[in-house]
Design a binder for this molecule. Structure first.
Ligand code: COI
Length: 369
C-alpha cells in the first residue's frame, strides 16, 4: 500500500507566517473565555481574482488591515458575500468542521446572485484547511467554544460605474468564539417587526450578502431598544408569514411533536444548521413540515399551548431556544419560558456530532487538522 501523502488543495496556498504572532499567554487568555467575533487569529487565507487572470496568488499571510482604494466597488455598491462555519476540537485533539461543502455550494450561489466570480469548492475548502492548520493553536477546547471561520469575497476594482467588478478578493478569517448570545445558551427574546422587511421576491434574501444584514440593523436596533435580543421578519408581500430572524432561521415545535419551519422560498437563507436540524428531527421520529407559518398561527398556538417550543438555528446561534415572542399588541411566553425538551435534545445531538462525542452517522464532519 502506498504511504505517499496526496496533495490537497490546501497545499496550493503559500504560507508566510507572521514574525509577530500574539504571545502564547495572550492567546491562551483569549481562548479561555472567547466572546463572539471580537478576537482574530494570527493569519488569514486569501486568493485574488481578476477577469483577466482568474483566481491566483493563493496564500496564507499575517492577519491585518486590507488596502482598499476609496473608489473600490464594494464600498459604493455593496458587492460582497460571506459564509460562516466553525472548526471544533475533538477529545483526541483533532480539529474538524461541519458540512463545509454545503457552505461552499451556498457561497457559489451567493456569488452568482451578487455577480461575483465563482470560487471552486476545492479553493473554498483549501483556504479553510490552510488557515486552520496554520492557526491550529487558536482552536479553543472549552465547552461550547469553537473557531468561527468567516470566508468572504468583495468587489475590489477601483471603478465607480455600476456594473459587476472585474476584480475581487476572497479571504478567510478566523475568530475563537463561545455562544453567540451574551450569557451563554439560554432562551432569548424576539421582537416581530411588522414595519420592516428583510427581503422580497426576486431580491437577495437567499444570498448570504452583507446587504441583507445591513437592512436588518435598524429593526434589530429598535428591537434592542425595546429590550429584545433578535428581530423576526415577516414576508414582504403580505406581512403575514414568518421568514427568518436577523441572522438565523426559525423553527416552531408543536405540542404533538410536529416541527414546522418556513420553506426555502427564495427570500430566506438556506441554513446549513437548519437542514441538519431537520434531518436529526426526522431521524428522531418528529414529523417535519417546511411550509408557510402565519404570525396569527404562531400567536394562537402559543396562547392555547398547541405550540410548545420555538427555536432559532444557525452556525453562530447553533440552536437557541426562544423564550419570549412579542410584537405590536402581543407579548407571549413560549412554553414556560425555558428551553423545551425537543430543542434541548436535538441541540445535544447536533453538538455531540460536531464535537466528536457521538458517531457522525451522516458523514457531516470534515477533518482540518
Ligand atoms: C452564522 O450563523 O454564521 C451567521 O452568519 C449569522 C451571523 C453571525 C451573521
Amino acid at each position: 500500500m502506498s504511504t505517499t501523502a496526496h496533495p490537497t488543495s490546501a497545499d496550493l496556498f503559500e504560507v508566510t507566517r507572521t514574525e509577530t504572532p500574539v504571545p502564547d499567554a495572550e492567546r491562551e487568555a483569549a481562548l479561555a473565555a472567547p466572546k463572539f467575533g471580537t478576537v482574530f487569529t494570527d493569519h488569514m487565507a486569501r486568493i485574488s481574482w481578476s477577469q483577466e487572470t482568474g483566481w491566483s496568488n493563493r496564500r496564507v499571510e499575517k492577519y491585518g488591515p486590507l488596502l482598499l482604494d476609496p473608489a473600490a466597488a464594494v464600498l459604493h455598491y455593496g458587492q460582497e458575500i460571506f459564509e460562516g462555519l466553525k472548526a471544533y476540537k475533538h477529545p483526541d485533539g483533532s480539529v474538524w468542521t461541519f458540512r463545509p461543502q454545503a457552505n461552499a455550494a451556498r457561497f457559489a450561489k451567493s456569488a452568482h446572485r451578487l455577480a461575483l466570480p465563482q470560487l471552486s469548492e476545492s479553493d473554498f475548502l483549501g483556504a479553510i484547511q490552510a488557515l486552520v492548520s496554520t492557526d491550529v493553536a487558536w482552536v479553543p477546547g472549552g465547552e461550547e467554544t469553537s473557531l468561527y471561520l468567516r470566508p468572504f469575497m468583495y468587489a475590489s476594482e477601483t471603478f465607480l460605474g455600476v456594473r459587476p467588478s472585474l476584480e475581487a478578493e476572497f479571504l478567510v478569517i478566523a475568530s475563537p468564539v463561545g455562544p453567540y448570545f451574551a450569557g451563554g445558551v439560554r432562551p432569548v427574546s424576539i421582537w416581530v417587526a411588522e414595519d420592516y422587511h428583510r427581503a422580497g421576491a426576486g431580491g437577495t434574501g437567499d444570498a448570504k450578502c452583507g446587504g441583507n444584514y445591513a437592512a436588518s440593523l435598524l429593526p434589530q436596533q429598535e428591537a434592542y431598544d425595546k429590550g429584545f435580543e433578535q428581530v423576526c421578519f415577516l414576508d414582504a408581500s403580505t406581512n403575514t408569514y414568518l421568514e427568518e430572524l436577523g441572522g438565523m432561521n426559525v423553527c416552531v415545535v408543536y405540542a404533538d411533536g410536529i416541527v414546522a419551519t418556513p420553506p426555502i422560498s427564495g427570500s430566506i437563507l438556506e441554513g446549513v444548521t437548519r437542514s441538519s436540524v431537520l434531518r436529526l428531527l426526522t431521524d428522531a421520529g418528529n414529523a417535519v413540515e417546511e411550509r408557510p407559518i402565519t404570525l396569527a398561527e404562531l400567536k394562537t398556538g402559543l396562547a392555547d399551548g398547541s405550540i410548545s417550543e420555538v427555536f432559532a438555528c444557525g452556525t453562530a446561534a447553533v440552536m437557541t431556544p426562544i423564550g419570549r415572542l412579542a410584537g405590536v399588541g402581543f407579548d407571549l411566553t413560549v412554553g414556560d419560558g425555558t428551553a423545551g425538551p425537543v430543542t434541548t435534545r436535538i441541540r445535544a445531538e447536533l453538538t455531540d456530532i460536531q464535537y466528536g462525542r457521538a458517531a457522525d452517522r451522516h458523514g457531516w464532519l470534515h477533518r482540518l487538522a
